[in-house]
Design a protein around this ligand. Sequence first.
Ligand code: SAH
Length: 347
Amino acid sequence: MEKSDIKNLHIEEIEEVMTKNGFPKFRGAQVFRWIYKDVKSFEEMKNLPNNIIKFLEEHFYIGRAILIDKQKSKDGTEKYLLGLYDKNAVECVLMEYKHGYSICISSQVGCRMQCSFCASTEGGLVRNLTSGEMIEEVMATERESGVKISNIVIMGIGEPFDNYDEVMKFLRIINHKEGINIGMRHITISTSGLVPKIYSFADENLQCNLAVSLHSAIDEVRSRLMPINKKYNIDELMKACDYYIDKTNRRITFEYALINKVNDSKDDAKALVKLLKGKLCHINLIPVNQVPGKEYMRSEHNRIEDFKKIVENSGIQVTLRRELGTDIQGACGQLRKNYFIEESKRI
Ligand code: SAH
């Protein structure tokens, strides 16, 4: 029988494994706690009897990433390229902020959204990540960097709502008080706008933050930038966002990458204001990061300023995002895999 990654199991599931195999239920919680103390092997789970350790070794492994590459930016941001068990790899980025360390994790190997300005989409979707692999992105990065991560953004490679169930499971495991215990309010999911999943997410009743990649308030422009807009247009997207806000009473962050002379005119800004005025929201402007092979250029300084002013004057909250890790291709939309795996480097 093939072994499976125990990091994919929530505490209740480990308890169930225990009881189904004739072991006491409380052993499940003990195993769960050990996993998040970051033990490498079941043998290290000191308060477990040998028969349980043997049973676990026969059926499970404790998933650990291979560190393929680590790059450090001048601004302190670090990019990690992590190898999985099937020779695929994912990237995540560690950033330092005033309030602590934040990690940007990937949710899929590749992506099928095909946004025209994004590097992660080249090569399409390879596969979804498991919840355990996403957890290991956080744990491997903590292990390697020696820092405690306090915030998570699911904004790396992939569309989290295209891997909805595993991402929801990831949230619940990482949030568990016996495990890594990162508060839902410290986690943000970013979606390109998978409308049915925005409704589902609203109904989950979590305190997790939602960001929506908008990038244009005009259907024709948005469809050119983000093919998903042909399936769910801006009107449908806004209805889903309104439902989310109504249901959760939580603010949505709309992400808007400013691309020179594509979506950054005064008319674009006015359309954005018209679309979002009165909503419980916040706009995050990001000068687009240039990706090799893509023709898009970041907006000129005065166009960024004019755009921002129009939004600000409307009373909508807006920030211009600080760019981190641009020199290591660690900034938004720059992540892509290009690597060589050595099994010996599993950490
Ligand atoms: N698929 C999800 C999350 C991953 S992308 C989503 O689309 O939201 C994270 C953010 O980076 C999104 O807002 C995305 O539109 C943005 N992004 C992608 N490429 C970019 C680039 N070249 N410059 C700036 N932002 C980019």
